[in-house]
Design a protein around this ligand. Structure first.
Ligand SMILES: Nc1ncnc2c1ncn2[C@@H]1O[C@H](COP(=O)(O)OP(=O)(O)O)[C@@H](O)[C@H]1O
Ligand SMILES: O=C(O)C1=C[C@@H](OP(=O)(O)O)[C@@H](O)[C@H](O)C1
Ligand SMILES: [Mg+2]
Length: 178
């Protein structure tokens, strides 16, 4: 696996709560890549949480920071990059993502709802009606997510380890197509 990738970065995209951060770490450990989470880099650089950035600086400022982090990150090789769910909404970010292989982690809304019901770290989901908010975000974003090189739909019972293994097993076939 590590040989055929030739150092190319892997970018995980997809809705909040699908497991990009969790699965990304496992893939990186498995193939000896470094792991980067764009949200984590933003939080460290800003010295405040994602919620605080949204509240104090606004979403446009967060999106700017996110694009800047992605621009810096794509200068490196041998990375697994877990992005934030909204990264695909800015056109400029696609030029960075296309430096590597783009993997869309997709899950039914019900799975995401279960996982994030008690989570208050996603400012965009602090809405009274989380399900409607998720549905409308997915509707806007789906055409962009579907531009990924690889589409992985997860089931409710699949563990992060199983998902990571499935992604790694599928990568050789998409590399051949390209
Ligand atoms: N395959 C899985 N099965 C069960 N829970 C999961 C799975 N993947 C992730 N989670 C949990 O779902 C939540 C969101 O995962 P996270 O990796 O932060 O997603 P993302 O980075 O896509 O927002 C976390 O609490 C995580 O532990
Ligand atoms: O979907 C989004 O717009 C967001 C997703 C979050 O990351 P995760 O996808 O890792 O939850 C984080 O970047 C921020 O709360 C905005
Ligand atoms: Mg994440």
């Amino acid at each position: 696996m590590i040989d055929i990738l030739k150092g190319v970065n892997l970018y995980l995209i997809g809705m909040m709560g699908v497991g990009k951060t969790t699965v990304g770490k496992l893939i990186a450990a498995e193939i000896g890549y470094r792991f980067v989470d764009t949200d984590e880099v933003i939080v460290k650089a800003a010295g405040k949480s994602i919620n605080e950035i949204f509240t104090e600086n606004g979403e446009p400022e967060f999106r700017k920071l996110e694009g800047d982090v992605l621009a810096q990150v794509c200068a490196y090789t041998k990375l697994v990059v877990a992005t934030g769910g909204g990264v695909i909404m800015q056109q400029r970010n696609w030029s960075y993502l296309h430096h590597g292989l783009i993997i869309w982690l997709d899950a039914p809304i019900q799975i995401i709802l279960q996982r994030l019901a008690a989570d208050n770290t996603r400012p965009l989901l602090q809405d009274a009606d989380m399900e409607s908010k998720l549905r409308s975000l997915l509707e806007q974003r789906q055409p962009m997510y579907s531009q990924a090189d690889l589409h992985i739909t997860i089931s409710a019972t699949e563990t992060p380890e199983e998902i990571a293994t499935r992604i790694l097993a599928t990568i050789p076939s998409i590399l051949k197509q390209q």
